[in-house]
Design a protein around this ligand. Structure first.
Ligand code: SME
Length: 148
């Protein structure tokens, strides 16, 4: 699924109108990975993460997250991917959905500067592994060229 999804994302980035691209990609990733229950892209704007396209069962109340707050804010500040196997064990976690058990946050960088991030929640513990990390960091890199 990682390879198929990556190829489809490349096609979407080539073909789609600008405003639809990111929503299409979020929808595709959500559809192809059952274990990814909620996915959203945040953009960094004036030291706040602002939620852009997302897909999942429910909207999150965390549509704006200050830099440094929550797992999202920490990853955006450090520029490093965060994988949380069990959100209950992490004090930094900002709770969105009662069902969420694990989370991955992957910064999107342009010229080594964080401009946004991909946030994914799963309803299972220990879901995100090295393959997810490599896949999502690659996607983040591809997206960075399409975010202005
Ligand atoms: N859990 C995140 C907040 C965003 S929601 O998961 C959509 C965090 O700790 O930063």
């Amino acid at each position: 699924m990682y390879d198929i999804t990556e190829k489809k994302i490349i096609q979407i980035l080539k073909k789609s109108e600008n405003q639809n691209k990111l929503q299409k990609i979020v929808d595709l990733i959500h559809k192809n990975f059952e274990k990814y229950n909620w996915i959203g892209i945040y953009f960094l704007r004036n030291n706040n993460l602002v939620l852009g396209p997302w897909r999942g069962d429910k909207p999150t109340e965390h549509k704006i997250i200050p830099l440094g707050k929550g797992i999202c804010g920490v990853a955006a500040k450090s520029g490093k991917t965060e994988i949380i196997s069990n959100v209950k064990d992490d004090d930094r976690y900002l709770s969105c959905f009662i069902e969420t058990k694990s989370e991955i946050v992957v910064p999107i960088k342009k010229n080594n500067i964080v401009i946004g991030e991909i946030d994914i929640d799963s309803n299972e513990k220990n879901v995100f592994n090295k393959k997810d990390l490599i896949f999502l960091e690659k996607i983040a890199d591809m997206l960075s060229k399409h975010i202005h």
